[in-house]
Write a protein that binds this ligand. Sequence first.
Ligand SMILES: N=c1c2ncn([C@@H]3O[C@H](COP(=O)(O)OP(=O)(O)OP(=O)(O)O)[C@@H](O)[C@H]3O)c2ncn1[C@@H]1O[C@H](COP(=O)(O)O)[C@@H](O)[C@H]1O
Length: 97
Amino acid sequence: MSDDADVIDDVFAVIEDRKENLPEGSYTTSLFTHEKGENAVLEKLGEETTELILAAKDDDREELAHESADIVYHLLVLLSMKEMDVDDLREELAERR
Ligand SMILES: N=c1c2ncn([C@@H]3O[C@H](COP(=O)(O)OP(=O)(O)OP(=O)(O)O)[C@@H](O)[C@H]3O)c2ncn1[C@@H]1O[C@H](COP(=O)(O)O)[C@@H](O)[C@H]1O
């Protein structure tokens, strides 16, 4: 495993911090504070999934990684908005093994 093994937990911790402290100038803060922030997250997930499909069809691995990261980030924001966390995702995956 690389040094980035915990990066998903790290990013989720930053998202939780943004939700609590709402620092100005943060994109994540804007998602939590804007009236239509949840809709914006859902729209992003839809758009990025389409972009991911196109990248996969083109065998564009760099773009595939980029869109995957966009999706994971916005998914983590959505989980946080719903008072869920990465452990909920882990548990669901673990149950399927
Ligand atoms: N992982 C992300 C992340 N992924 C995407 N985005 C933002 O999401 C917004 C919309 O993404 P888009 O995919 O539409 O933007 P794009 O990449 O230009 O568009 P495409 O090329 O995909 O079409 C952009 O402003 C991106 O910067 C993110 N913003 C923040 N994070 C993480 O959250 C942390 C806190 O960020 P702030 O809240 O901004 O401080 C950062 O340090 C990162 O770790």
